[in-house]
Design a protein around this ligand. Structure first.
Ligand code: G3H
Ligand code: 13P
Ligand code: NA
Ligand code: ZN
Length: 305
């Protein structure tokens, strides 16, 4: 069933497990996400960025809504990184059940004001809202607190922000970053900060940039002819621990981008004569399903729906 973000995330926060929010850009990605969640009895979120809306528009939103409505598990359709009030409102008009307003690059007061405006409009229509406080980016384990505080989310500010805006779930900066290059080896995640913010705030917390960039997938990407540098993602153990302390929504895009490309490259390499798109995109869907299953197991959402 198609539900709001809070319908999925509030129980996750209370139950100390994480719900993956995967980015989609086409039918095969959407099927892999929702069908795998159904198979594993897991709630899940499907998110479209503004770029995804530009690419797939209402056609793609309708595919997600249709699969979600017919699904035997709770699914939310979420706007990822909405850049303005107008963008959030447009997504709600398109049938999204959850929206993010990302004004985190603005000053605190402006971020508050913009977020509050979206919260008021969205709540009037029964839609729940994510906002972000802090700057995403990799950090070193041993840098001084002052330097961390320059861009990681400040716990006291987070409390003021949530009280002032009424936002339903909050994305925090804790050392994760977007993309396939999150730092060397195992990127440092500020678990102490998560614990502190989770102790002060009862609402679900959100981790962006949470792809694992699994070494096995990176190797298959290379073996099938792909070129990729020193890729690294967030360790499974770090996500597990983060979900114990308040992270309830875990954003993943890069892992499915890599998995789909691995599927396509391997299919074409194994059979250069192939030109049936179902064989090619179907292979992408299969590899994505495996990566999705792994993520749902790590986050502990399997069997929760
Ligand atoms: O955080 C950004 C997501 O990975 C979406 O990326 O804007 O290229 O669709 P995109
Ligand atoms: P990754 O690049 O780690 O997949 O993060 C995706 C994300 O945060 C989308 O909002
Ligand atoms: Na988001
Ligand atoms: Zn993000």
């Amino acid at each position: 069933m198609l539900v709001t973000g809070s319908d999925i995330l509030v129980p996750a926060r209370a139950g100390k497990y994480g719900v993956a929010s995967f980015n989609t850009n086409n039918m095969e990605i959407t099927q892999a996400i929702i069908h795998t969640a159904e198979r594993l009895r897991s709630p899940v979120m499907v998110q479209m960025s503004e770029g995804a809306i530009k690419y797939g528009g209402q056609d793609l939103a309708n595919i997600v809504k249709d699969l979600a409505s017919r699904a035997s598990v709770p699914v939310a359709l979420h706007l990822d990184h909405g850049s303005s009030y107008a963008s959030a409102l447009n997504a709600i008009k398109m049938g999204f059940t959850s929206v993010m307003i990302d004004a985190s690059h603005h000053q605190f007061d402006e971020n508050m004001a913009e977020t509050k405006k979206v919260v008021e409009a969205a709540h009037a229509m029964g839609i729940t809202v994510e906002a972000e406080l802090g700057r995403l980016g990799g950090i070193e384990e041993h840098i001084v607190v002052d330097e961390k505080d320059a861009f990681l989310t400040d716990p006291e500010e987070a409390v003021r922000f949530v009280e002032g805006t009424g936002v339903d779930y909050l994305a925090i900066a804790i050392g994760t970053s977007h993309g396939a290059y999150k730092g060397k080896g195992r990127p440092f995640i500020d678990q102490e900060r998560i614990q502190k913010i989770g102790g002060l705030l009862g609402i679900p917390l959100v981790a962006h940039g949470s792809s694992g960039v699994p070494a096995e997938i990176v190797q298959r990407f290379r073996d099938a002819g792909g070129e990729i540098g020193e890729a690294a993602g967030i360790a499974d153990e770090d996500l597990e621990l983060a979900c114990q302390h308040g992270i309830a929504k875990v954003n993943v895009d890069t892992d499915l981008r890599l998995a789909s490309t691995v599927g396509i490259r391997e299919a074409l390499k194994a059979n250069p004569k192939e030109f049936d798109p179902r064989k090619i995109f179907g292979a992408a869907r299969d590899v994505m399903s495996q990566v999705i299953e792994h993520k749902l197991r790590v986050l502990g959402s399997v069997g929760k729906a």
